[in-house]
Design a protein around this ligand. Structure first.
Ligand code: 6GU
Length: 229
């Protein structure tokens, strides 16, 4: 998979893809993230990419010309399955959406900033609008990193057996059960005995019970929707 991210603050996206699982995904040739600086597509000599909103009001708006130039340049090189705009008024991101996006080949993600982008960008180019939750970020960059991370780790062979996505919270509509590692006793606090028993079937059963209990207590909404009745 290839993900092209368009932003006017490329530095915000330098680190997230350069470590750990996402770095290994890149090294294994499974996922490539390419960040594009919108300023390089500015049409005037001041490298301007935003301007005052017509009609007045606080906040700057990203201009359509640099965005159109950048998107068209990318489209001339490959076909995109989705052109995503990160915005707090988009569809709420979910594990289901991550699963769907992980099956695509080329994704483009446009990050909004300031008061957003000229509405005509959304009409003309955008195929999907995503929010990561009901709170406001200063720009779409961190949200784009969240989406790219959640998607890339689901691509086959990105995760090893030990880090398999199959046991993730939400993947099966259950929160993950508690986990423990050495030491078996810390300041008098013991690890549940069943986990030390070596009895695989009992351990699986315990984990499933714990996952159900946790989901019922912490996310009654998920419990009602997927497990009740
Ligand atoms: Cl995608 N962008 C911004 N600016 N704020 C957000 C968001 C996105 N999702 C939640 N809050």
């Amino acid at each position: 998979m290839r993900i092209d991210i368009i932003t006017c603050v490329p530095k915000l996206l330098e680190s997230p893809f350069s470590h750990s699982i996402l770095l290994r995904a890149y090294q294994k040739g499974l996922a490539e993230v390419v960040v594009h600086d919108l300023r390089e597509y500015s049409v005037n000599k001041h490298k301007q990419v935003d301007d005052y909103a017509f009609g007045g009001g606080a906040g700057m708006v990203l201009m359509i010309e640099p965005i159109a130039a950048c998107i068209r340049n990318l489209q001339s090189q490959r076909t995109y399955d989705e052109i995503i705009y990160m915005t707090p008024d988009g569809e709420q991101f979910s594990q289901g959406m991550a699963n769907q996006l992980s099956m695509q080949k080329n994704l483009m993600i446009l990050c909004g900033h300031y008061k957003g982008v000229d509405e005509r960008v959304r009409q003309q180019f955008i195929t999907k609008e995503i929010s990561i939750g009901d709170y406001v970020l200063s720009g779409g960059e961190l949200a784009a990193a969240v989406v790219a991370d959640a998607v890339i780790r689901l691509i086959p062979n990105v995760l090893s057996d030990e880090t398999s996505a199959l046991t993730d919270s939400f993947q099966d509509h259950l929160l993950a059960p508690p986990v423990y590692t050495r030491p078996a006793v810390f300041e008098g606090m013991e690890v549940p005995e069943v986990l030390l028993s070596g009895h695989e079937a009992k351990i699986d059963d315990w984990r499933f019970q714990q996952a159900q209990q946790r989901t019922k207590q912490r996310r009654p909404d998920i419990w009602e929707k997927h497990w009740k009745g």
